[in-house]
Design a protein around this ligand. Structure first.
Ligand code: PEP
Length: 259
């Protein structure tokens, strides 16, 4: 009988992505230059990918900076390629402006724009269609955590918001407890591990080896002071950072968790 095929799965390169949200004008471009300069120093050589997701208005000016070592992402896209959707931006437009990725299903979009899993799933498909990495967010509210529903909630979001053809190359999951975003509160490492383990199992069940390799980021009040501890949790493959990504000093301090 032939020996069973050995599968050696390469550990995914972690991703540290900054979500600038609705912050920043061209006056903020200096922070990106500073970050790129810091990352270029040998002592800071990060063993992770570094990305900034600015407002769409700053993608092209950031691309023009040619900031080596800093990839760019959008914060949302429409599910359609083009058409009568005033104020929206398509995945192809983000790509054209310099993005290689897009955040989708962030809790602020789910809350402010009532985005459903079905809509997020369609956006994930649009991102893939345009050749963008989809960074798809899940996370429970404080009420859901207190009632013991965390795993049920995040697994349902995961199931409902992903296309069947997701791979480790075109999709990243971000676990962001809603109550930890911008609050200064973070879950314990045990709580983070519990959720990331459950997400990993669900990803492997659905996508096999691709699910085993898919990066799962933790996001919510990550700072230079807590980054190393959170990034060391099993199945945490990087982070999505809001407030602390706005300055090169803090964001660089978080990237150092992987130096
Ligand atoms: C976010 O909104 O994606 C986020 C993680 O925010 P903060 O780091 O500010 O909590």
């Amino acid at each position: 009988m032939a020996a069973p095929k050995k599968t050696t799965l390469k550990a995914p390169k972690p991703l540290v992505a900054g979500n600038w949200k609705m912050n920043g004008t061209t006056a903020s471009l200096g922070e990106v230059k500073k970050l790129a300069r810091a990352l270029a120093k040998k002592k800071n050589k990060a063993k992770c990918e570094v990305m900034i997701c600015p407002p769409a208005t700053l993608l092209a000016p950031m691309k023009a900076l040619k900031a080596k070592g800093v990839a760019l992402g959008g914060q949302d896209c429409h599910a359609a390629n083009s058409g009568a959707h005033t104020g929206d931006v398509s995945a192809a437009m983000l790509k054209d402006a310099g993005a290689t990725a897009v955040i989708l299903g962030h809790s602020e979009r789910r809350a402010d724009h009532l985005e459903t899993d079905k809509q997020v799933k369609a956006k994930v498909g649009a991102a893939h269609g345009a050749g963008l990495l989809a960074i798809m967010c899940v996370g429970e509210s404080l009420k859901q955590r207190k009632s013991g529903d965390t795993l049920k909630v995040v697994k349902a979001q995961l199931r409902g918001s992903l296309m069947d053809d997701c791979t480790a190359k075109n999709t990243v999951i971000a676990y962001e407890p809603v109550w930890a975003i911008g609050s200064g509160l973070t879950p314990t490492v045990e709580q983070v591990e519990e959720v990331h383990t459950a997400l990993r199992k669900a990803l492997v069940r659905r996508f096999g080896d691709e699910g085993a390799k898919m990066r799962i980021l933790y996001g919510g009040s990550v700072k230079p002071a807590n980054a190393a501890e959170l990034m060391a949790v099993p199945n945490v493959n990087g982070t999505l950072v809001g407030g602390a990504s706005l300055t090169a000093k803090d964001f660089g301090g978080i990237v150092k968790a992987y130096a």
